[in-house]
Each structure stands twice: as structure tokens, then as C-alpha cells.
Design a protein around this ligand. Structure first.
Ligand SMILES: *Cc1c(COP(=O)(O)O)cnc(C)c1O
Length: 503
């Protein structure tokens, strides 16, 4: 299996290891597989009684053909080693009542990793794939991963890369722009190859600073002298996308294993969407042959994707809202580019034009035949803040089950889909964060008073309410040692990078 760019015709194909190390193609495009491999129902049947790593390898080996099966299995075992449940991605099955027993919702709990967010699924695997890629291509330089974070990605990337040989990781976060828990998660990170630096500024300052460093040839040359090469753990890296395809295949096998559906039954998939990475993974699973009918793309009030699927126009010229689902507060869904590539049958010229228009005018329009194709695959809608809050309360009332705000958005939109279309097929729904990660909004939704209640007390309160233990990684924060107190101005970021690289 070789990889090519979404933006250049006759691009010279490269191996997956090279694509993962490079991150982004030289022409600015994203790497995509030359073709989408198939998985048969018989192969899925074989996975029904297998564990998560075995299921993951069955998918990975079809995409990453330059890795051996042993390498992939070892990578999966190391990546998912410290998840707090043996099954790694439990499928909690919700059935409303006897009348709805043929319409189960399988909630894919993707948040049992070491930072309690679904980004762990990919950011634990990426370093494993990267270090093995370094060996494959004979790269001897040290890789320095630079991350700008608004909270969640930073910690997940730190946890993934900590003490991984031949890598260093440096995370910049806005000094006053993250929650107390998010900050503690980062500044207590252990590992000999990690650096966490606060920036006096907001998230955009951090992100622009990192972008400028990537684009600065002088800095790159300076780093090369210390034998260091920059890379990113951004969600456009193929090494972050491919581990996500696995959980749709694995969860389908799990759904069959639970007895709630039969092998071959079609299901719909609902995903709370931001950068379009997670739902694109579901799209690849569907294209591989997993019996998935509709992909339900759920947004919050920053519903640029809902508008895109409904009108065929992607337009970022609009107000931006900060919501109780911060990980979905996004106006540029980068991974949509890969979908456009596949659904235009690899028309790189058109994809390039769309992306140029987006860059220059902030918008682009697809034609009606492409829109019709997407209509057959996707359903898109959004939930308001109030709907999201109410849904958390309602789900708790009905099932004694607590979901985080992002998961609630997907559940709300699933409800809209079912009411509008009367399609009551079984559903796999992506649950992307532990409710303990968004304790404040969840407690408020449940009608609790949180005014003046300290973050750790809130964790205890939610634990008492749900009768579930606070995830270990979050509970440990109240006593963890602070290891990173570095802070800089936004114009000092490059200097900080050079200093850390030379260490
Ligand atoms: C990142 C994230 C999302 C959005 O996922 P994309 O792959 O960017 O669409 C949704 N929920 C949570 C909790 C996240 O951290």
C-alpha cells in the first residue's frame, strides 16, 4: 500500500512509514492511501472473539504494509497498555425499552486511556508507529514534536511521547487559556524528553508561534546542527488517522459479540465532530466493507459542517462561539480534504482548487453531483448548548448513565436523525471524553450547584453522583508534583525551542 497527496496528480507514491514521518505532503496536501483495502464479513467474524490489539492489527496491516505484523502487534500492545479497562474500548449498550430492542445504541467508550479523552486512541499509537518508521527509513536525527494546544491535545501528546526513544516533545499552551485540571495534567508530566511551556497569550498566539517555527528555514537549519528535525502530532498525520479506523471495526465485532446485532446487520454511526478526523475514520471503515449505512455528523453551534452537508457550501466567514464542547469549537475541519479527494475519485485538481478558495476567500462550493454523493453517505445536524445540557440530564434519568458534553451532542443529533428519517437501525456512537473531563458542565446539566466549588471537589461530587470512581489519572493530579513552570512571551517561542533542542 502506497500513499499519495490529495493535491498533486501523478504524485510519486511513498510508503506509510515515510508518510507518517513527513506528516504533510510537500505540496501542502494530505497523504491518502492509493486505494482503500477491503475487509470481508468472514474476516470480521474472526475478530468477534479476539481482543482489541488483535482487532486493531487486522486493520492496521492492510494500510501499513511496510510494517511487519509483529511490529504492529507490539505497537498496539504498548499503546493500549495502560488503559484502565481490559477491553480498551468498552461498548455500553443502551436500549430504551422492550419495544426498541432492535434499535440498540452501542456507546463506544473511547476515553479509557491515560488522559481520559479519545485522542489517546491515536496519540498513544502515533509514537509507536513513528519510532518504528525512523528505523525503517534509516533516519538518525532526533525528532522534535512541537504542539500548540488549547488543552486536550497537549496532554494526550505528552503522555504518548514521554520517554519514547529518539523523540522529544514540546508543548505550548496559553497561560490563562486552559482549565486548572488541564494545566495540572500538563505541568505534572514526567519524562526525560518533555518540555511544557506556558505562553503569555491566547491559543492563536501559541498556534501561530508554532506555525512560524515550522516555516522558518533558519530555525530548521539551526536545529539540524543539533541533529534535530521538527515534526508534528497534528490530526492530519496519517499515523493519527489510521488507529482510529480500528475502533470502528473493533466495535462492530464487539457489537456482534454482545449479541445485540448479528454479523452482517447494517448499523449507523454517530460522531461528535470537530476536525473531521474521527468521522473520516468511520468513513474508511465503511469503504472497507464494515456494514455501516449512514454517518451522522454531529456539531455544536459552530455548525459549519452541518451547513456544508446541507447546502454544499463550506463557508468559514461566520461568528465563532466558545461552547461547553470546546474540542468541537472549530471552523476549519482539515480532514474534510481527504473526503473530498476520495469522493471526487481522486480529482487532485478540484481538491486543490477548493483548498485554494478556502485559503483566499474563506469558502468554496461543491457541485450538485458531489453533494448528492455525500448526501447518500452523511447526515449532518447540530445541537444547541441547551439541548446538549438537557440531554445529559435526560440520559442520566433514563439509563443512570452519564455522558460528557461532546458525547451528548452526538446523542442529541442522533435523536434528530431518528425522528426525521424514521431510520431506527442500530447505532455505534462515539463517546469521545470521560464525563470527569468536563465535570463542571456535566454537574450543571445534572442540576448541581457548582458555584465556588473547587475543581477537585467537583470530581468527588460527580463520583458520588454517578457511583463511579474518578479516573486514576485525574484523581492523582491533586498530589502530583509540578515539574514544568516555564513561561515565555509569544515572541520568545523560537528561542525556547532552540534551547530545549540543544539540551
Ligand atoms: C478532538 C475531539 C473531538 C473532535 O474529533 P475530530 O476528530 O477532531 O472530529 C470530539 N470530542 C472530543 C472530546 C475531542 O477531544
Amino acid at each position: 500500500m502506497k500513499y499519495i497527496s490529495t493535491r498533486t496528480k501523478n504524485f510519486t507514491p511513498i510508503n506509510s512509514a515515510e508518510a507518517i514521518l513527513q506528516g504533510l505532503a510537500d505540496d501542502g496536501g494530505l497523504f491518502v492511501p492509493e486505494s482503500i483495502p477491503k475487509i470481508t464479513l468472514d474476516e470480521i467474524k474472526d475478530l468477534v472473539d479476539k481482543n482489541y490489539s488483535q482487532r486493531a492489527v487486522a486493520v492496521l496491516k492492510k494500510f501499513l504494509t511496510d510494517y511487519t505484523e509483529d511490529e504492529l502487534f507490539e505497537s498496539a500492545e504498548l499503546a493500549y497498555d495502560w488503559f484502565d479497562v481490559a477491553s480498551k474500548v468498552p461498548l455500553t449498550i443502551l436500549v430504551k425499552d422492550e419495544q426498541h430492542k432492535n434499535s440498540p445504541v452501542g456507546v463506544m467508550e473511547l476515553y479509557h486511556g491515560n488522559t481520559s479523552a479519545f485522542k489517546d486512541m491515536a496519540l498513544q499509537m502515533l509514537p509507536q508507529l513513528m519510532t518504528r518508521a525512523l528505523k525503517k527509513v534509516g533516519e538518525t536525527k532526533e525528532i522534535l514534536i512541537l504542539v500548540a494546544t488549547s488543552g486536550d491535545t497537549g496532554k494526550a501528546a505528552l503522555a504518548g511521547f514521554a520517554d519514547v526513544p529518539q523523540t522529544k516533545i514540546m508543548v505550548f499552551y496559553p497561560a490563562d487559556g486552559v482549565s486548572k485540571i488541564q494545566k495540572l495534567q500538563m505541568v505534572t508530566q514526567t519524562g526525560n524528553n518533555v518540555n511544557v511551556t506556558a505562553v503569555r497569550g491566547n491559543f492563536d498566539d501559541c498556534q501561530n508561534g508554532v506555525k512560524n517555527i515550522f516555516n522558518n528555514a533558519e530555525i530548521r537549519a539551526e536545529l539540524a546542527k543539533s541533529n534535530v528535525k521538527l515534526s508534528s502530532a497534528n490530526s492530519i498525520n496519517w499515523g493519527r488517522l489510521v488507529p482510529q479506523i480500528c475502533y470502528y471495526v473493533a466495535s462492530y465485532a464487539e457489537f456482534v459479540s454482545s449479541g445485540s446485532i448479528k454479523l452482517g446487520d447494517t448499523v449507523n454511526v454517530a460522531v461528535p465532530t470537530g476536525n473531521f478526523g474521527n468521522i473520516l475514520a468511520a468513513y474508511y471503515a465503511k469503504r472497507m466493507g464494515v456494514p455501516i449505512k449512514k454517518l451522522i455528523c454531529a456539531s455544536n453551534i459552530n455548525h459549519i459542517l452541518t451547513d456544508f452537508f446541507k447546502t454544499g457550501v463550506y463557508d468559514r466567514n461566520r461568528d465563532f462561539y466558545k461552547t461547553i464542547t470546546p474540542s468541537m469549537d472549530i471552523l476549519i475541519s482539515s480532514n474534510l480534504e481527504r473526503l473530498l479527494y476520495h469522493e471526487t475519485n481522486g480529482n487532485t485538481e478540484r481538491v486543490k482548487t477548493f483548498m485554494q478558495e478556502l485559503n483566499e476567500t474563506g469558502k468554496y462550493k461543491i457541485n450538485s453531483s458531489l453533494k448528492n454523493r455525500l448526501d447518500k453517505i452523511f447526515y449532518a445536524d447540530y445541537a444547541t448548548e441547551e439541548e446538549t445540557s438537557n440531554l445529559i440530564n435526560e440520559v442520566f434519568g433514563n439509563y443512570k448513565y452519564i455522558v460528557d458534553t461532546h458525547t451528548a451532542v452526538a446523542m442529541m443529533v442522533l435523536g434528530k436523525y431518528r425522528r426525521n428519517t424514521k431510520d431506527m437501525s442500530p447505532v455505534m456512537l462515539a463517546s469521545t471524553a470521560s464525563p470527569f473531563k468536563f465535570t463542571n458542565a456535566v454537574l450543571k446539566a445534572l442540576g448541581e450547584n457548582v458555584d465556588g466549588v473547587d475543581d477537585f471537589e467537583q470530581l468527588d461530587k460527580l463520583s458520588w453522583k454517578t457511583k463511579k470512581a474518578v479516573p486514576k489519572n485525574l484523581a492523582a493530579l491533586s498530589t502530583a508534583k509540578i515539574l514544568h513552570e516555564n513561561i515565555c512571551d509569544k515572541n520568545e517561542m523560537a528561542e525556547q525551542v532552540l534551547k530545549f533542542a540543544a539540551k
